[in-house]
Design a protein around this ligand. Structure first.
Ligand SMILES: [Zn+2]
Length: 408
């Protein structure tokens, strides 16, 4: 968060002095890194600290540390750009300097912020905008690192960084198993399986088709083609779906103090899971967005909310009957219900995703009985993408369904 503060001349010139010497240290640090072929903070600091300390006797010593860190970051990103052929100079140029501060160099209080200079501490008193209070009052913590930049007219631009402490995961009172597939994500809530359509595979194939039709016979370097491709925004749209779904699931788990149970997906599975797609590149893309990115989105969101996640062995989760332990036979040709199979022993019918949900629950250590032969076990309620995208919570979807059932 950027805060602009006008200060008096004495304060400004004390900070100006720091900025100038910081720039010198920064330039030396960058040159050291370049000539010693290193971007490592520790190596740069070890290499120049003594000399810089001599050169800048009254400068608080931590500025040398933060300048070395700054240099290491600049060298790092310069290397990355260079690899992609995006650099126009042979070394990173230091045009604008933003002075980095660590916890020794500044102190925060709501009345004033103090910054160390060669002449002791100076104080600036920012007025905090509304957004500051929103963060400050909602459990965000002010990080120990900060920055300042000097603008014209005695104005200091001060950067405060807010960090959120992750809450500690709670002791779960129940489980929400989540089964991830190429076109849907299924969850079991209060013993009720729900299948949420994501259509990841369909969407990816659709984009692929459109991309092909845009580029056949034309170069992708063509400006018009490039603009059209950009407008597809496939990645953004899929990430949006993932984020929203992860939030719905995690919120549900958080409110019922449950743990989320996920398959610990093995690394090499796109071949298995998306057999019908011939193009291996495309298969990998579907796999990534449907399985691994979805899983990561849920794990990330869960961490943010302190919802525990249990990863279980994925082997045979959809082929073993959760009641009889016997094999479930799916029609090899699929038929008109390719995801519905029959238990070898009890002859009851099962939807593949529901089987997976109960088996995940079981592997997480839940021992509550599995309902036998209910309609839901082979015909779970399916929620279309557009519908859950608009929903406030998974519970609100379930309640709506209940209302419809009652009317019927
Ligand atoms: Zn069975």
């Amino acid at each position: 968060m950027k805060l602009r503060v006008r200060v008096d001349y004495a304060t400004y010139s004390a900070l100006k002095e720091v900025e100038e010497e910081y720039r010198e240290v920064l330039e030396d640090a960058i040159n050291y890194g370049l000539s010693n072929k290193t971007t490592s903070f520790t190596r740069i600091k070890a290499g120049i600290y003594k000399v810089e300390r001599e050169k800048h006797k009254d400068l608080p010593s931590h500025y040398i540390y933060t300048a070395c860190e700054d240099a290491s970051e600049r060298l790092d990103s310069f290397e990355k750009l260079k690899k992609r052929g995006r650099t126009y100079t042979d070394k990173p140029s230091v045009r604008k300097v933003t002075v980095h501060l660590d916890d020794h160099l500044w102190k925060f209080s709501l009345d004033r912020v103090s910054i160390s200079t060669k002449k002791g501490r100076v104080f600036i008193s920012p007025t905090f905008p509304k957004i500051f209070w929103e963060y400050y009052n909602k459990g965000w913590r002010i990080a120990s690192e900060a920055r300042f930049k000097l603008l014209k007219g005695n104005v200091v631009e001060f950067y405060i960084i807010f960090k959120k402490d992750e809450p500690k995961p709670y002791e779960p009172k129940g489980f929400i198993p989540v089964d991830i597939n190429e076109n849907s994500v299924s969850v079991l809530i209060d013993g009720k399986p729900i299948l949420l359509e994501t259509n990841t595979k369909k969407i990816t194939l659709g984009y692929e088709y459109r991309r092909k039709s845009m580029t056949t016979g034309r170069s992708t370097k063509d400006r018009e083609v490039r603009r059209k491709l950009k407008r597809l925004r496939e990645r953004d749209k899929k990430a949006d779906v993932r984020r929203k779904l992860a939030k719905l699931i995690v919120k549900e788990a958080f409110e019922s103090k449950s743990a989320i149970v996920l398959e610990d997906l093995p690394k090499r599975t796109p071949e298995h899971m998306i057999k019908d797609v011939k193009d291996s590149q495309l298969r990998l893309r579907i796999y990534r967005s449907a399985f691994s990115s979805m899983k990561n989105a849920i794990i990330e969101k869960a961490r943010e909310f302190g919802v525990p996640v249990i990863l279980v062995n994925p082997a045979y989760t959809s082929t073993v009957c959760p009641i009889h332990g016997s094999k479930i036979i799916y029609q090899p040709d699929g038929g008109n219900a390719p995801r519905v199979g029959v238990c070898e022993k009890g002859k009851e019918r099962w939807h593949r995703d529901v089987v997976a949900l109960y088996n995940l629950l079981n592997r997480a250590g839940d021992v509550s009985p599995v309902p036998l032969g209910s309609k839901e076990s082979h015909d779970p309620s399916t929620v279309k993408l557009g519908r859950w995208l608009r929903a406030k919570s998974l519970h609100s979807i379930m309640n709506e369904d209940k209302m419809i059932e009652m009317k019927v």
